[in-house]
Ligand binder design. Structure first.
Ligand SMILES: *Cc1c(COP(=O)(O)O)cnc(C)c1O
Length: 411
């Protein structure tokens, strides 16, 4: 008797490639589904519930209607490449040639994947700070490279920098140095950092840069939250490692429109760097997607010129939400860590009698009507701490208030 699905088909005839074995459904998809099915407030995935600049939205509609609907040049719409170069010069004092030192990508995600595929041979090692964004280990794996995780260290509670709220996460320079081997090719940096909300301090950036210069490493720096450092952050505004001495020539800087303009569905990102490194990324990118998002690129070219005024408003809204959430978590006994930027903060769940973030996050929707993500989804090292949970505060103020209210009544 044949199988239910017809005789002759044997599953053994095919199998997925080893590079995707174990990739499976992500915890983000699972938690988003749980939020939907339980009606819980979703502070899991970082999908913003914040507005976008009305002019930007109108410009996209105009671009579509006026016929900007075919392939753009493979390196991106010239106007956007020029706007990105002008932005890097204005904000960081770094000059990039829009012809061959700026590449537009399908979100920061494609830029990261193409950078790792373009820079790493099988067996090479990539350094990243743990916990890290989940695209990094996946990208390294697709390239046949090995991601070597360097732990960020939890700051002691009540330490001076922590200023009232919980501690933050700091660089362990010795651990970084110890992780470098003759096979290390790339250091992946992410500042401001997801999932912790950490902003690397000037001293930390200098220490990372020194290690990279000493060992001839290329830096791939993911700066998608560059505009979202809160005004009360002790580090001050975002700094890019590419601006440190001797670093421009060895650094690929990645950013994206998604987080800055609250348009995560558009998937328009970009890479800046020296021509030979950008060419390596472009060589991969042209056969992943070739190009994408013509009308978005046209409209974003205009919006990027006024990003500073726009971002100031976003930071105010996000900063308010962060305060609401941290204060609410504190009251609920879920100790929040300091977050100086971005969409997320960490909370310590042990006061609720939990040591296991995965179980906690599965129970939280029925216990409190809130969805969060276990930080273990971001740890690369086995045996990393399991008592941390990531909450997102990029939702509307009403959603954050509702979540805090529910958490307050549930401890
Ligand atoms: C959201 C995010 C990305 C992905 O950016 P896209 O432009 O949507 O591809 C990359 N890195 C970090 C750290 C992120 O949080």
């Amino acid at each position: 008797m044949g199988s239910e699905f017809g005789a002759g088909r044997r599953d053994a005839d095919w199998r997925p490639a080893a590079r995707v074995a174990g990739v499976g459904t992500s915890v983000f998809t699972e938690m988003t589904e749980l939020a939907r099915s339980t009606g819980a407030v979703n502070l899991g995935q970082g999908v913003p519930e914040l507005p976008s600049p009305p002019q930007l939205l109108a410009d996209v509609a105009d671009a579509v209607r006026s016929g900007a609907n075919q392939y753009p040049p493979a390196h991106g719409a010239p106007a956007l490449r020029e706007a990105v170069a002008a932005h890097q010069l204005r904000r960081y004092g770094l000059a990039y040639d829009p012809r061959d030192e700026v590449l537009v990508t399908t979100g920061a995600t494609e830029a990261l994947a193409a950078a790792l595929l373009g820079l790493c041979d099988p067996g090479d090692e990539v350094l990243a700070f743990d916990p890290c964004y989940d695209a990094y280990p996946a990208g390294a794996r697709f390239a046949g490279a090995k991601l070597v995780a360097v732990p960020l260290v939890e700051e002691a509670w009540g330490s001076p920098r922590a200023a009232g709220t919980g501690g933050g996460f700091v660089l362990d320079e010795d651990a970084l140095r110890a992780a470098v081997t003759p096979r290390t090719r790339v250091l992946l940096l992410n500042t401001p950092h997801n999932p912790t909300g950490k902003v690397f301090t000037p001293d930390e950036l200098a220490a990372v840069a020194e290690v990279c210069r000493e060992h001839g490493l290329v830096v791939v720096t993911d700066e998608v939250y560059e505009h979202l450092v809160f005004d009360d952050a002790p580090t001050g505004a975002h700094r890019t490692i590419a601006a440190l001495p001797g670093m421009r020539e060895r650094t690929l800087t990645i950013s994206s429109a998604g987080k800055t303009f609250n348009v995560t569905g558009w998937k328009i990102g970009w890479v800046c760097g020296p021509a030979r490194l950008v060419a390596a990324v472009a060589g991969v990118k042209q056969f992943l997607t070739y190009a994408s998002g013509t009308p978005y690129q046209e409209a974003l070219a205009r919006a990027l010129g006024g990003v500073e005024e726009w971002a100031a408003e976003v930071r105010r809204a996000l900063g308010r939400n962060r305060d609401l959430l941290s204060e609410g978590l504190e009251r609920a006994g879920l100790r929040p860590y300091r977050a100086d930027a971005g969409y997320f903060l960490q909370a310590d769940i042990r006061a609720w009698g939990h040591g296991d973030g995965v179980r906690f996050c599965h129970e939280l929707p029925s216990r409190a009507g809130v969805v969060a993500i276990p930080t273990s989804a971001f740890w690369v090292r086995p045996g990393a701490p399991s008592h941390l949970v990531r909450f997102s505060f990029c939702r509307s103020e009403d959603s954050v208030r509702a979540a805090v209210e529910r958490l307050g009544g549930s401890g």
